[in-house]
Design a protein around this ligand. Sequence first.
Ligand SMILES: Cc1ncc(COP(=O)(O)O)c(C=O)c1O
Length: 479
Amino acid sequence: MSRTPYLGLHVPPRDGARRVTAADIVASVQREVGAGALPAGSRLPPVRALERQLGLSKNTAQAAYDELVARGVVEARPREGVFVLAAHTLAPAGASIATAPLLAVVPPPLARMDAPAPGALALSTVFVDPDLLPADRLADCARAVLRDRMPTFYDPQGFPPLRAAIARRLRDRGLDVEPDEVIVTTGSQQSLDIVARAMSARVIALESPVYSYAKLLFQTLGHELVGLPLDPFRGLDLAAWERALAARPGLAYLIPSFQNPTGYSYTSAELRGVLALCAKYGVAILEDDWGSDMLSDGEHRPGLRMLGGKNVLYVNSFTKKLLPSLRIGFVVAPPALVPTLVGMKRLSTLGNAWLTEAIVAEFLDRGYYDTHLAQLQRALDERYTACLAALDELMPDGVTWTRPGGGPTLWLEVPERVNLGALEAHLARRGVTISNGSVAFVGDARRLHGFRVAYAFLGLEPMRVALTIVADAIRGALA
Ligand SMILES: Cc1ncc(COP(=O)(O)O)c(C=O)c1O
């Protein structure tokens, strides 16, 4: 049986005296019991612990406790210790400690978990099917790290071999990146967090619709948001973007490849156009490149950091493509910004787990990542093709969709008269999850009426079942 923890006692000696006496202990305990600071049932320190703490000569503590027992203030329970008795716990009126108020908080910014429920036909998720992820090879790497290279410390910028491997990979893709410019983060979400905390301006421009947790994060950190309308069927309306950017927000947060949630990728002309507008109005850029290495044939799309140079902040992540539980992402920043961003990360986490960072470094070093990406892309291509074929076959007239050609999702646009909230609720009852997307829009920059359809998570058969249910539901809503 575990023992009740004992309370610490503070026993000052009488004025001028050097040593605490048994009488001092008795007086202190009586005072504290009377004031309610030692409630009924409190355990006093064991005799030896009190002697050590106060530097008492032998028997002093025992004599004090004997006196307290005799006065009926405490009781000695064999093998358990010395406890304050109930009769003495009634604190004098007015001496009770006030109850602290409940912490005042903002409404919860997020309601539900991200991971799809087991068995759900999750059409909205951006996660990749776990069956396509290299858990076994990662486990091999983990064993090797634990056996031979277990990190014993950490620093807030991240495990140096991982930063070097990331820089090398990016250089191979034409990005001019040094290891010292890489900060490893807990997923790219932490990269967004430290950048948004660090910036001195308080206005961020971002696509609408956009990855909703970026929007919610920036809002929660107190930023004002400006929507940049994005229509994946017509491309970027750069005139509208110019009007928004002319107000000179501090930052433009942009997802130029396989944009979440629309699947749209900027054309080369749009990449250049956006860079020119941001240069013209002095708007810094944070490029979220979550998707550029999710393209068939190991090809990579050009991006803003590649074309726009080192001032463009660049974010990417291993979480979706490697294993969600690793939670490893990174931000690449120009050298002048690295100390501030590292400082922000340090304030929130001190540093992240080098153990997982070492496992990912090992995985990259062994060349496993490229093999894995190639396999993953083949599997995703197959699902993408099957998804397009099923949509062609199943969807009623009036429904349209994007053809991103990579990444994990496309956008399904439905006629205005389909009530998206009602559709989401109806599908949920039939085991299919979609997200009606309203939270993804910024301000009133809403030009779309649809939702994201994922083809990376479900196998071919369940995906077809899910799309059949969606098509029937839309047909029902239109009837
Ligand atoms: C566009 C985009 N950026 C960033 C993230 C954050 O992901 P993670 O923190 O897992 O890297 C997500 C997650 O879905 C995303 O869709």
